[in-house]
Design a protein around this ligand. Structure first.
Ligand code: ADP
Ligand code: PLP
Ligand code: ZN
Length: 297
């Protein structure tokens, strides 16, 4: 393994604000990666605002871009990263892209954030759940669901640490050797659960990180988290706990800054979804100061 790589990142683009590729590309570049973004949508702003406008890329248009790369022998990637995907046809095309890239590089790492919803609400068409479960999860090297998504993918209700650990084990059996449930809310505290199955059939190595929940709602944090987990777990391939500590530490410093900035400007941070202060946090992306430690089980 090397400490850098070339990442194909297929995610949303927003003209203003930071979700999808806008929150993933810059941090990966800061960590030393070449990042080639494909914008699955181009919207004026994220969907948390009262309105948005823009365009959606379809499966055929994604194919065209891949064919252009292929015609010039440019399909060598070390990593693919996917986030929010709005339709079954686009997701099916992504599956073809993964298979094509794996034919060029059998060691390709596929990092999948199975974006489907949050806090009990689905924000993709219901039929996507089945496609993620049956076709996408089996291809993934690392999966980064939130609590709701882990429930959808496993059929478990996750109400405790034990449930979270069991969900990870079920997901390993379906494919990915690395699973990070980025947050489980238990009694006002956020719990991250990580799980690395180093060999098929072996008991996974698991850990947790307890995170103090900031009383505000941020958008783009999941996308940033997955990008950082890709970046750090490639540098520390046998220490998923260390990769998660580094990623969480960046997130916490960035969210604190975001909250402070909004407060200083006189905004009520609990009133709407906040835009993260990504560019202002570049030092905390490059050199996170680890304050929250992982606890191994
Ligand atoms: P998603 O946006 O995909 O639902 P999460 O809510 O799990 O993803 O957020 C990803 C990471 O961002 C968490 O692991 C945590 O480190 C951080 N985070 C998000 N929201 C908060 C919050 N309100 N307080 C503290 N940390 C947060
Ligand atoms: N992509 C788009 C276009 C969005 O509007 C959003 C959220 O509003 C996201 C992705 C996902 O954001 P998060 O990382 O908070 O799950
Ligand atoms: Zn998410």
């Amino acid at each position: 393994p090397s400490d850098t790589g070339r990442v194909l990142s297929i995610q949303s683009h927003t003209v203003q604000g930071y979700v999808g590729n806008k929150s993933a590309v810059f941090p990966l570049q800061l960590l030393g990666y070449d990042v080639d973004p494909i914008n699955s949508v181009q919207f004026s702003n994220h969907t948390g605002y009262p309105t948005f406008k823009g365009q959606v890329l379809n499966g055929q248009q994604l194919c065209d871009l891949i064919e252009g790369l292929e015609a010039n022998d440019l399909l060598f990637y070390t990593h693919v990263l996917t986030g929010y995907i709005g339709s079954v046809s686009f997701l099916d095309t992504i599956l073809e892209v993964i298979n094509k890239l794996r034919a060029v590089n059998p060691n390709l790492t596929y990092v999948c954030d199975p974006v489907m919803g949050d806090e009990g609400k689905l924000y993709v068409p219901e039929e996507l759940v089945h496609v993620y479960r049956e076709k996408v999860v089996p291809l993934a090297s690392m999966l980064t669901p939130n609590q709701f998504e882990a429930e959808k993918l496993t059929g478990l209700r996750i109400n405790s640490e034990e449930d979270g650990r069991e969900a990870c084990a079920i997901l390993h059996a379906a494919g990915p050797s690395k699973v990070v449930i980025t947050s489980i809310t238990i009694g006002g505290i956020l719990l991250l659960i990580g799980s690395h199955q180093k060999e098929k059939g072996l008991k996974p190595e698991q850990f947790k990180i307890l995170i103090h929940k900031i009383p505000a709602y941020f958008t783009g944090t999941g996308d940033l988290m997955t990008a950082l987990l890709l970046g750090w777990s490639n540098k520390y391939p046998d220490n998923l706990d260390k990769a998660a500590e580094l990623a969480v530490s960046t997130l916490q410093a960035l969210l604190r800054r975001t909250l402070d900035d909004y407060k200083r400007a006189g905004y009520d941070p609990t009133s709407s979804s906040l835009e993260i202060r990504l560019i202002q946090s570049q030092e905390e992306i490059r050199n996170p100061n680890v304050e929250l430690k992982a606890e191994r089980y």
